[in-house]
Write a protein that binds this ligand. Sequence first.
Ligand code: SF4
Length: 243
Amino acid sequence: MEKKDLRYYAKVHSVESFGTVDGPGIRFVIFMQGCHLKCKYCHNRDTWDINGGTYKSLDVILDKIMNYKNYICPNGGVTVTGGDPLLQAKFIYELFKKLKEENIHTCIDTSGMFPLTDDIKKVLSVTDLVLLDIKHIDDKKCKELVGKSNKFELEFAKYLSDNDIAIWIRQVLVPGITDDETDLLKLKDFISSLKTVKKVELLPYHNMGKYKWEKLGLKYELENIRTATSDDVEKAKKILGIT
Ligand code: SF4
């Protein structure tokens, strides 16, 4: 098979033309295929395998986005999520560069659990907003929850702050796993050390993605964890000092 130039082709899981939760305004959302984490609560389990999804060309994606330009501009924009879009950083850079030429707002949803390579820094140079999923502020618990240390993501957050890139911090609130008061206070301290945080969001854990694990014949490890209630969220918000 012909080898693809990964600047102009990417493995895409799916797209959504009118997203309203992944960044400001109405957004064209691209779900990229491939993830290097193993979050136990993942509700997009079918995006993990980079060999899945289908190759889409930059031109095809751009054409699709342009069809919606009147809806997503000026208050919305384009969000890339996944999976983790930074596994395909070369493509995201080319895409965002073109979008910036069209004055379209660019947003990336990532764990930030990557070393800051030149490719990733290039992506960030054309990114208006990062939705940064801080998986767990406690390193040991982070490894247990997603299979990797939080070292890179905390460095990533600092890089965003130092380079004046807007951040929305996100964390999935999982009862008994990410809602410990000491951890939330530690998270609060970390967030207050960053200069460019515009918003902090707690995403209540739910198990609606469980069926995807089962469909793939995989064991869903959070079987015995209850979903987070609005009371859990309010309690955690109070600790974090957010509204
Ligand atoms: S980073 Fe996102 S896509 Fe990847 S395993 Fe975690 S929740 Fe799933």
